[in-house]
Design a protein around this ligand. Structure first.
Ligand SMILES: NC(=O)c1ccc[n+]([C@@H]2O[C@H](COP(=O)([O-])OP(=O)(O)OC[C@H]3O[C@@H](n4cnc5c(N)ncnc54)[C@H](O)[C@@H]3O)[C@@H](O)[C@H]2O)c1
Length: 256
């Protein structure tokens, strides 16, 4: 699908990978509905990106909030062709820690935002995409989800996060099957360690372990524009569907 003149909804748009995705899509000629729960950063980081972007404060896990954001994209830009799920939280906590249980409230919050929130966006966005006229390839829309290398190689304290990201990978194929009849593709990306405020918030022991495992090439964290470039490629390449793509510089994490 061509990015130029298409309309995109990007979640987690105020920071890191989502913000870089907004910039890349705008540079390629899209109109962008940028949504995040952080109103301040939406205003300071996203609003100045120009007349082709709108901002909206949302909670991806909330039904009405995302329904309204999709409706706003339709009202402001006249359609919706691309949805990119970048909103996410880490919620670090061990299964057991000094006799304390992992709080179920935290578990539900991580699953609620990373998994249910992504699916909430998928269902509202895909309904809007069904109204699009198909392009020459029969395509009506593209959905990109953000999983994580932690789905396979979760670190200590990442049990909820890893479970949520493995579930994002797990839903990719059945959602793609469900939406194939409408000409909507669904692809997930599993990033390794990228330099964002999320990775900066990790306990130094965890991030150092991840950095130590960057033993191939290049020996560094990923940069957000590298993720955003992959999102743009997924949108533009009609033969990518129902799969999860790693972008991790070949990093392999240890077992401890
Ligand atoms: N940075 C990494 O190393 C890395 C690695 C693998 C996967 N990821 C995933 O990439 C995505 C983007 O992460 P990032 O590194 O850019 O992090 P980030 O913290 O910089 O950005 C995440 C954004 O999501 C927003 N958000 C959180 N909960 C929300 C909610 N309920 N509703 C709406 N917005 C909400 C935050 O306000 C924030 O702006 C996440 O899903 C993350 O799990 C990141």
């Amino acid at each position: 699908m061509e990015i130029i003149n298409s309309v995109a909804l990007v979640t987690g748009a105020a920071s890191g990978l989502g913000l870089a995705t907004c910039k890349a899509l705008l540079a390629a000629g899209a109109k962008v509905m940028a949504v995040d729960m952080d109103h301040e950063r939406l205003t300071s980081e996203v609003l100045p990106l120009g007349p082709n972007v709108r901002i909206r404060t949302v909670d991806v896990a909330d039904d009405a909030s995302i329904q309204a954001a999709v409706a706003a994209a339709l009202a402001d830009f006249g359609g919706l062709h691309i949805a990119v799920n970048c909103a996410g939280i880490l919620g670090p906590c061990k299964t057991l820690s000094k006799g304390q249980l992992f709080p179920l409230e935290l578990w539900n919050r991580v699953i609620g935002i990373n998994l249910t929130g992504s699916f909430n966006v998928i269902r509202h966005a895909s309904l809007a995409m069904t109204a699009n006229a198909p392009n020459a390839d029969g395509e009506r829309g593209v959905i990109v989800n953000t999983a994580s290398g932690a789905a396979w190689q979760g670190q200590m304290g990442q049990v909820a996060y890893s479970a949520s990201k493995a579930a994002v990978i797990g839903m990719t194929l059945p959602v793609a099957r469900d939406l194939a009849q409408y000409g909507v593709r669904v692809v997930s990306i599993a990033p390794g360690l990228f330099e964002t405020s999320m990775s900066a918030s990790m306990p130094p022991k965890v991030s150092q372990n991840l950095i130590d495992n960057m033993i191939l090439f290049p020996h560094r964290m990923g940069e957000a524009p590298e993720f955003a470039g992959l999102v743009c490629h997924i949108v533009e390449n009609p033969y990518l569907n129902a799969t999860t793509i790693n972008i991790d510089g070949g990093a392999r994490t240890g077992t401890r």
